[in-house]
Every structure is written in structure tokens, then in C-alpha cells.
Design a protein around this ligand. Structure first.
Ligand SMILES: *Cc1c(COP(=O)(O)O)cnc(C)c1O
Length: 398
């Protein structure tokens, strides 16, 4: 330890206390909140910038983000992925890093709400053309391709109607046209689908959801297969300051270690819940990719390796009145528009994610006032399923 003045003021201690040496190492990843890093001399700093080694300033990278990115890389079969401050900043980094004025972006027509907004309202302000098409129909996607299509953005499972994109057709389309294919893998997660294994160019995650899993860290992840593309996306993220907080990365890494166990458990609950709801009076429709009656069941079985995921949507009769009664009766289940938490959450698109659409436009997508989306959690099924069934019954008495 460096010698400190015996009776110095507190200010004499500023930045002068070295970290204790230890022959043993901490078992837990240390949390490193430092924004700034001191280098030994200008030659060393020069070399750091030149070779991209070592940390300089946390907006450009920090150890907790590196550790988390490396672990998600391993799950996705990626290299050089980066962590961003939210899922939307990962989407933003892709657009900012890959596009220029005059380019065209083609998106699935049921992307995450903010991604849709970014495409339809914001990109056009920067001279970027956008259009949307049905990703379950790759012929419709092909018809929407333009000579200047630079990027195709899709999600494998659509929100909230849980339709399955024709990934084989879309991957072939990207290959034929030379457009980049970005897959937002938040709903599917690498446990159900690994976009790089199938030929995607870019993988995006809202780490906030299933990967971190506890609704206490807001983060995103993005990786690109091509090194130049990865650098362009990383540069955009650093320049626009889309950087993550070390503490959020630290929390997310802790959550990630139980991700596959949580997902497997939640998926078993989801399959059981879907079947239980299908047997309830007043439940007019249950949508779960693992069920035979799902419109894309065969595609889901092939694409997702026989898995169905943790999301279930359903519809009850009785309109908004019955919907209000359902959420009040299911009082232990958080009525909150998110997903991927350890606890089951319930969302009602007509009053939240899809509230700006007209009832007619929602109806065209198959969403009435009685439509709910459930992100199933890891609770005991003996508690969760009767609770949901009771809420369905209560909704019909309202
Ligand atoms: C939540 C979500 C996002 C946005 O992620 P944030 O972490 O909330 O910014 C993007 N895509 C999908 C599919 C999501 O579910």
C-alpha cells in the first residue's frame, strides 16, 4: 500500500488509495463503475486507441459490458457483440451504423411498437425510405423489395399475435437481393432460434427481457457477422452515446446465468396455461405456437425445434368490460406491458402498445378489446394456472 499522510485531510486521499492486492480472486464478477481509466504514458494510450486494447472511457466500453457481451455472444454463436443502454438503442445503433439517406429499409409489419415508430416516423425524416410487409409471407416481403433496399428487419415471433415469420424465405430473399438481414431475437432468444446459424447478418436483443429476466436492468445487445459492419454499428453506438451502465450489465450478467432454466420452466408453464385457457368458457381464442391449432404450428415446429416459448395470447368475449374484470380478478399477476420477467405479466394491446391504432386496424390484426398477451413466468403452475382460469371465469360474470 502507498504511504498516506498520517493526518491528511480527506482531500489528500483523493485517487491515491490503491486497490488491495490479493492472491485469491473474487468468484463474482466485480462491478466496475469507473468512467475513466488511467494509462501509464502517452505511448501506451496511443497503442490502446490503435489496437483497441484496454479501456479509456466508459462510453467506449467497460469491463462489465465486455463480460456480458461475451456471454451473450456465446449463446448466439456470435463474436464481437456489444451491449447498449436499451433494446431500442441496439435497434437504433443498427439503423445509424448501416444506413444513409436514399437507402430503403423493409420491416415486418408487426415489429415491436417503438421499432415500428422509428421506421415509419423517424427514418423518413433523415431521407431513408421504409416500408412494411407481412413476414409470414415471404412473397409479400419479396414484392416490397426495392432496388435500394439495404436492410430487412424482422422478428421471428410477432407481437402480440405470435405469428411465425417465414425465416427460410426471408433469408433466401436477403441472399438474393444482397440486403442485410437483421433479426430482433428478443422473443425467440438463442434457446429457440439462433439467427446466425441460419444466415442472418445482424442479431439484436432487448436484454431487458428474457436474458436479464428480472425487470431491473434496461439493456440491449447487437452483433453483426461481418467485421466492418460490426465496427460501423459499434462506432454509431459510441458516437451517439448509446452506452450501458456498468451496474445494469452486472445485474444482467447475474440474471443471464439462470436464463435457460427460467425459459424452460416458463415454457412448460406457458404450454399448460394455453391448454387450460383453451378449455375455459368465454375464451374465444388461444394463440400458442406449440399448439396444433396455431396458424403457423408446422413452421414453428420446424423453426423453433419443437419449442413454443413463454408467450401466450388469448381473447375473451365481453369487450373492455370483461378485460377490466380479468385484470382485477388476476390481482397477483402484474398487469404491465413488458415481458420476460421471472413473474408472469399480462398486457392488453388495445390500451397500451396498440392504443394509437383504430379499432378497425386492430381488428384487421386479430386484436379485439378482449385480447391479452401473457408473458409467462416461473411461478408454480399449481398457483398460476388456477389463478388465470379463475380470472377468465370472473371476466364472464362481469
Ligand atoms: C422490449 C423490446 C424492444 C425494446 O427494448 P428496450 O430494452 O425496452 O428498449 C425491442 N424489441 C422487442 C422485440 C422488444 O420486446
Amino acid at each position: 500500500m502507498a504511504k498516506l499522510p498520517p493526518q491528511g485531510s480527506a482531500q489528500s486521499l483523493v485517487r491515491r488509495t490503491p486497490w488491495p492486492q490479493s492472491t485469491s480472486r473474487p468468484v463474482v464478477t466485480p462491478l466496475q463503475p469507473s468512467v475513466v481509466y488511467a494509462s501509464p504514458d502517452p505511448d501506451a494510450l496511443d497503442a490502446q486507441y490503435r489496437d483497441g486494447t484496454g479501456y479509456t472511457y466508459a462510453r467506449e466500453g467497460h469491463p462489465n459490458a465486455s463480460v456480458l457481451a461475451t456471454k451473450i455472444d456465446a449463446l448466439e454463436g456470435a463474436t464481437g457483440g456489444i451491449i447498449t443502454g436499451s433494446g431500442m438503442s441496439a435497434v437504433g445503433a443498427v439503423f445509424l451504423g448501416c444506413l444513409k439517406a436514399g437507402d430503403h429499409v423493409l420491416g415486418g409489419d408487426q415489429l415491436y411498437g417503438r421499432t415500428l415508430r422509428l421506421m415509419t416516423q423517424d427514418l423518413p425524416r433523415f431521407g431513408i425510405e421504409t416500408s412494411l410487409a407481412d413476414p409470414t409471407d415471404s412473397a409479400a416481403m419479396r414484392a416490397a423489395i426495392r432496388p435500394n433496399t439495404r436492410l430487412i428487419v424482422v422478428e421471428v415471433i410477432s407481437n402480440p399475435t405470435l405469428r411465425i415469420a417465414d425465416m427460410e424465405g426471408i433469408i433466401a430473399l436477403a441472399r438474393d437481393t444482397g440486403a442485410l438481414l437483421a433479426v430482433d431475437n428478443t422473443f425467440t432468444t438463442p434457446r429457440l432460434y439462433r439467427p446466425f446459424d441460419h444466415g442472418a447478418d445482424i442479431v439484436i436483443h432487448s436484454v431487458t427481457k428474457l436474458l436479464a429476466g428480472h425487470s431491473d436492468a434496461l439493456l440491449g445487445y447487437v452483433a453483426a457477422r461481418d467485421g466492418d459492419l460490426a465496427r460501423a454499428i459499434r462506432d454509431a453506438a459510441v458516437t451517439f452515446g448509446l452506452s450501458p451502465s456498468p451496474f445494469d450489465c452486472w445485474l444482467a450478467e447475474r440474471g443471464l446465468h439462470s436464463f435457460d432454466i427460467r425459459l424452460d420452466r416458463a415454457e412448460r408453464n406457458a404450454a399448460a396455461l394455453a391448454d387450460a385457457l383453451a378449455g375455459c368458457a368465454g375464451v374465444t381464442r388461444v394463440i400458442y405456437p406449440g399448439r396444433q391449432d396455431h396458424p403457423d404450428h408446422n413452421r414453428a415446429a420446424g423453426l423453433l425445434g419443437g419449442r413454443g416459448g413463454n408467450m401466450v395470447s388469448f381473447e375473451i368475449s365481453g369487450g373492455r368490460r370483461a378485460a377490466n374484470a380479468f385484470t382485477r380478478a388476476a390481482s397477483q399477476i402484474a398487469f404491465a406491458p413488458t415481458l420476460g420477467d421471472v413473474g408472469t405479466t399480462l398486457s392488453h394491446p388495445a390500451s397500451s402498445s396498440h392504443r394509437i391504432m383504430t379499432p378497425q386496424a386492430r381488428a384487421a390484426l386479430g386484436m379485439s378489446e378482449g385480447f391479452f398477451r401473457v408473458s409467462v413466468g416461473i411461478e408454480e403452475p399449481e398457483i398460476l394456472i388456477p389463478e388465470m382460469v379463475r380470472a377468465a371465469e370472473a371476466s364472464q360474470r362481469a
